[in-house]
Write a protein that binds this ligand. Structure first.
Ligand SMILES: O=C(O)CCC(=O)C(=O)O
Ligand SMILES: [Fe+2]
Length: 275
């Protein structure tokens, strides 16, 4: 297995491995790489839906996403799809998945199935590099804080997606979510400090209202994207990306109107987060 950085502080491309066959030491090496760099891209993979599910089970548990459509034959697989006539895509703003769960998903294995002729890249940002770049004053201000996360304003019947042409595709509108997490977590495996608030799902600091929380939250959201902590995954047929939701944020670019894009996603179970 050989890794090449996608950018100085985020992401790697991994060569010399077929995920469908990876297990044992190879799987451990893949895990450590993803925990550390946040996202890994694997090219030219021969990776059927059955391989996808089997690999995810070798990694650990699968969390079924509550909102995205599921693949008819394979309910472990969520379908991240935009049709040619749709305006809205899934995940088209900076976020990290499932932070609204008290035990958030570790990450996802995303497989390119149908790609537009161009565009449709996915951006990632490294939250360890983001934390490191905060000023000492800001680090001191957020030390020990906890924040509340929910997805209700995104997926509920009057939420963000319901107002779009993606609304009718999504499931789980009746669900209620909510979790509190430290604003700075330690990665459960690498021990690195990570900024763990995000635009999409973090609402307020515990003990403060939304209004009281917004100035500091917005300061952190702006600081989370530094000049050099991002990388871009350009998809090609046979590409698979695996990311760590603790280490990264991501943002699916919506720049391919009039074309279909369909990805298969399996969400990997995570562990409780701690400061
Ligand atoms: O389609 C993508 O590139 C990513 C979409 C997304 O946010 C996700 O699958 O969690
Ligand atoms: Fe996402």
């Amino acid at each position: 297995m050989h890794t090449t950085p996608l950018a100085p502080k985020c992401g790697v491309e991994v060569t010399g491995i077929q995920l469908a066959e990876a297990q044992g030491d190879a799987l451990d090496a893949i895990r450590q790489t993803i925990y550390q760099h946040g996202v890994a891209v694997f090219r030219d993979q021969d990776f059927s839906p059955e391989d996808h599910i089997a690999f995810a089970k070798r990694w650990g548990g699968i969390d079924i996403n509550n909102y995205f459509p599921l693949e008819d034959e394979y309910p472990e697989i969520a379908v991240v799809r935009k049709k040619p006539d749709q305006e809205t895509n899934i995940g088209g703003a900076w976020h990290t998945d499932h932070s609204y769960d008290q035990i958030p998903a570790m990450g996802s294995i995303l497989v390119a199935r149908t790609l537009p002729p161009q565009g449709g890249d996915t951006l990632f940002a490294h939250m360890g590099a983001a934390y490191d770049a905060l000023s000492d004053e800001l680090k001191a201000e957020i030390a020990g804080l906890e924040a509340f996360h929910t997805a209700d304003h995104v997926y509920s019947p009057d939420g963000a997606y319901a107002k779009t042409d993606m609304g009718s595709e999504l499931r789980g509108q009746e669900l209620k979510t909510g979790a509190t997490h430290p604003v700075v977590i330690r990665h459960p495996h690498t021990g690195r400090k990570l900024l763990y608030v995000n635009y999409a799902f973090t609402i307020n600091f515990v003990g403060k209202t939304r209004e009281e929380s917004l100035p500091l939250l917005q300061q952190l959201f702006a600081a989370a994207l530094t000049d050099d902590n991002q990388c871009r995954v350009e998809w090609a047929p046979g590409s698979v990306a695996i990311w760590d939701n603790r280490t990264t944020w991501h943002n699916a670019l919506n720049d391919y109107h009039g074309h279909a894009r369909e990805m298969h996603r399996i969400t990997l179970s995570g562990e409780a987060l701690a400061a």
